[in-house]
Design a protein around this ligand. Structure first.
Ligand code: AQP
Length: 337
């Protein structure tokens, strides 16, 4: 029975082309969750505009992200797949929840502090959207009474804030929201920047050599892996003192399922060239079928439209029930439509 399943909400921003960080850290794990949970997977375009986007690129990437969800194996029959801006309850609930959130809490968020830093020294002003981003995220999660939110470690602080906001609302009125928990799936790898392996790989990085995109061609993947920063030790070892090598071991492990020990043993006495070559070839083998499927899906816009329309209808139906509850408890006069 669908209702007895725990609910999961997660999403990816179309703020850049998706990287293998998004694939191994999020998508590949989502596929494993779809049978056990009632999953809502969203393309979070409202989140993407906290940083200025070129309209035509945003449109192209939004559809591409949807196609990547499907190509990676997320089944539209088992999950609710939708585009955030198609479901207006998210923006409405975010406003209501803003009134239950304190500015001090938002200013303390690490992601806000690091992203807003980019605007210092006269590089423009920080938008209120960047500050309020975690409130929209709280709305995304609470509107479906999600039990679990699969996220990377970088998002734990936002989940804690979501729980605080939900608890504050529940205490002010009566129990309304489930308190969600972050869910870091076993084996969910954190993929690091190829040029600075102490930083997370990020799709909005200004240096294309710092990431591998899900849609990169075999030649580009080979070149990027070949040029990625390692060290002069010359031994394939899983250790924090060799962060570049450690990252490549994580990538190879995420593709093949091999353990770090097995990978270390396989490359004992061998140089980085063979190791890097195998990482690149493994990635190409994993990504090629996904790329073919994405290209096929992007040729069939009608099919994609069917999926996102159906997803938005279901998401709207479920989320508007919670939104109405919130409005009623706050004291708004209900209107029948
Ligand atoms: N490098 C990564 N390793 C593991 N997981 C990652 N994720 C992102 N990068 C890595 C996971 O992907 C999901 C969606 O992320 P997002 O689009 O909401 O934004 P993000 O986490 O901020 O990802 P980016 O690529 O760094 O985007 P930008 O550059 O736009 O900020 C999340 O579950 C995240 O953990």
């Amino acid at each position: 029975m669908e209702n007895s399943k725990k609910v999961i909400f997660s999403g990816i921003q179309p703020s850049g082309n998706l990287t293998i960080g998004n694939y191994f850290g999020a998508l590949k794990n989502w596929v494993k969750l779809q049978d056990k949970y009632d999953c809502y997977f969203c393309v979070v375009d409202l989140h993407a505009i906290t940083v200025r986007q070129e309209p035509k690129d945003l449109r192209r990437r939004t559809l591409e992200v949807l196609a990547i969800y499907l190509a990676a194996g997320i089944d539209p029959e088992k999950n609710t797949i939708f585009i955030q801006s198609h479901v207006p309850t998210h923006s409405e609930a975010a406003w209501l929840l803003n009134c239950f959130t304190y500015v001090g809490e938002l200013e303390r968020m690490t992601q806000y502090k690091s992203k807003s830093k980019k605007y210092e020294d006269g590089n423009g002003s920080v938008s209120a959207g960047l500050l309020n981003y975690p409130v929209l995220m709280a709305a995304d999660i609470l509107l479906y009474n999600a039990d679990l939110v699969p996220v990377g470690k970088d998002q734990t602080q936002h989940i804690e804030l979501t729980r605080d906001i939900a608890e504050r609302f529940n205490n002010a009125y009566s129990p309304t929201f489930t308190l969600p928990e972050g869910y870091i799936p076993e084996g969910g790898a954190k993929i690091m920047d190829l040029q600075d392996p102490t930083k997370k790989m990020s799709k909005s990085s200004s240096n294309p050599n710092s990431y591998v995109l899900i849609m990169d061609s075999p030649e580009v993947i080979r070149r990027k892996i070949n040029r990625c920063v390692t060290d002069s030790v010359g031994v394939v070892k899983y250790t924090d003192s060799q962060p570049g090598v450690k990252n490549l071991i994580n990538i190879l492990g995420a593709v093949t399922g091999m353990s770090c020990e097995d990978i270390e043993a396989k490359y004992e006495g061998k140089g980085y060239a063979e190791f890097k070559n195998d990482v690149a070839e493994a990635l190409i083998k994993e990504l090629s079928p996904i790329q073919d499927k994405v290209n096929e899906l992007l040729q069939n816009k009608k099919y994609l439209e069917e999926i996102y329309k159906k997803g938005a209808e279901k998401a709207y139906y479920v989320s508007s029930k919670i939104l109405r509850k919130m409005q009623k408890k706050i004291g708004f006069i209900p209107v029948s439509r």
